[in-house]
Design a protein around this ligand. Structure first.
Ligand SMILES: Cc1cc2nc3c(=O)[nH]c(=O)nc-3n(C[C@H](O)[C@H](O)[C@H](O)COP(=O)(O)OP(=O)(O)OC[C@H]3O[C@@H](n4cnc5c(N)ncnc54)[C@H](O)[C@@H]3O)c2cc1C
Length: 383
């Protein structure tokens, strides 16, 4: 039985980053991934993920984001490839709504550059938007998108170069604390470690059943469309965007068209709805998307970007793992001082992967982190 300092279960967004920081710190690391690096069955596929700093969800995320931006830059330098693309981001919604109020509050508290623009200024800059008059519009210049598959590949490649062992197509079946060591059983072997880091995304409660009550997996639909005015939407001409919908709870969001020669597929303009979808089990996800689901997305996106979602070219499903308050869980597993969990990213976690990896490394090797993560504690739901 091979022994490791740390075993990371799930080499997706958070696990790849954790494996990288752990291996760079000199730890003997094993990363176990049930599929490949990367894949479409979990939460990280789909070409792009928004990164933004004026965080409407909670101002306490901003210091983590500052560190995340720093760490993404460092990763880019180390790997020699651009992974973060600063396009700017248009926010729109009712002035008293959760999005606009939250963005302004975080920007004010942390002095984040934010431009207030009106409807005319918005269409002068980006002619495709049609934002209703009772909406407020804000523009965050230092926001944009990350390329998730490449970020995960980059972290994993550098982890391996620093000595990490990464096993793909291997699934953790069970784990057991035995004295000061943990025994991990997979479908291919048995290993032992001093610390276990669970970054299993939508499968977290399969690995840690005690968290089942706190983690709800939902099926999300996203799509790429072919707009009538293609050039208005291309990278360089069009920003990322996030709109607090007035008709229903949740937000619509999207990205510029990315050239497939540089970014890979799918082709077209990507948009989706940020609100927990149908509850599902990560092992039994209905991947078929109905014409009604596509029509609903088209109608809503076209409301803000007339004729943009003219013809849907590709649609896919992806998984959110939601906590009751939609804030993450990053903590030691209650009652298990040698087991860490980072989960419940509630559809907004990818941008944090670079800082979450560093935090998991510090918690594993030093037992503490200098970053403030008390608001993400696993125990908060039991109080
Ligand atoms: C449609 C959609 C859009 C999103 N948009 C954004 C966005 O714009 N910005 C943003 O910041 N975030 C966004 N997110 C959220 C973000 O992508 C997720 O929060 C993030 O990817 C979660 O990372 P994770 O490591 O928890 O999960 P994953 O990246 O899915 O990784 C978990 C890994 O664990 C593996 N695993 C699980 N169980 C086992 C086991 N027993 N043995 C071995 N391996 C196992 C899985 O195969 C998987 O690879 C979006 C998510 C979705 C679905």
């Amino acid at each position: 039985m091979t022994s490791y300092d740390v075993i990371v279960v799930g080499v997706g967004s958070m696990g790849a980053a954790a494996s990288y920081y752990l291996a760079k710190s000199g730890a003997k690391v094993l990363g176990i991934e049930q599929f490949g690096i990367s894949h479409e069955n979990g939460s990280h596929a789909g070409q792009s993920r928004i990164i933004r700093k004026a965080y409407f969800e909670h101002p306490d995320y901003v210091p983590l984001l500052e560190r995340a931006y720093h760490n993404w830059k460092q990763l880019e330098n180390e790997v020699g490839t651009q992974l973060y693309f600063p396009t700017g981001l248009v926010y729109a919604g009712k002035p008293a709504g959760v999005l606009i109020k939250g963005v302004k509050e975080s920007a004010k508290q942390y002095n984040i550059t934010l431009e207030e623009i009106d409807q005319t200024e918005c269409t002068n800059r980006f002619p495709s938007f049609s934002i209703q008059q009772d909406f407020e519009i804000l523009f965050e210049p230092d926001a944009g998108f990350l390329t998730p598959e490449r970020c995960i590949l980059a972290f994993t490649e550098l982890a391996i170069k620093s000595g990490a062992t990464i096993h793909t197509q291997e699934q953790l079946v069970s784990w057991k604390q035995e004295g000061s060591s943990i025994t991990v059983q997979t479908n291919a072997g048995t290993y032992s470690c001093k610390k276990l880091v669970v970054t299993a995304g939508a499968w977290t409660s399969h690995v840690l059943p005690a968290l089942q009550q706190q983690l709800t997996v939902t099926r999300q639909v996203l799509a790429w469309a072919i707009p009538q005015q293609w050039n208005n939407f291309t990278l360089g001409n069009f920003p990322c965007w996030l709109i607090d919908d007035a008709q229903q709870p949740g937000m619509y969001y999207g990205f510029p068209i990315l050239p497939v020669s540089k970014f890979g597929g799918p082709i077209g303009l990507k948009a989706a709805y940020h609100f927990p979808g149908q509850i599902t089990n990560a092992n039994h996800v209905n991947r078929n998307i109905t014409p009604e689901e596509e029509a609903g997305l088209m109608k809503s996106v076209n409301h803000y970007l007339p004729n943009a979602f003219d013809t849907i070219h590709v649609s896919k499903t992806c998984l959110y793992t939601n906590t009751p308050d939609e804030n993450f869980i990053i903590d030691f597993v209650p009652g298990c001082k040698n087991v860490l969990v980072a989960a419940g990213f509630s559809g907004h976690g990818f941008k944090f992967a670079s800082v979450v990896g560093e935090i998991l490394c510090d918690l594993s090797l030093k037992g503490k982190t200098e970053l403030s993560i008390d608001f993400l504690s696993a125990m908060r739901f039991n109080q």
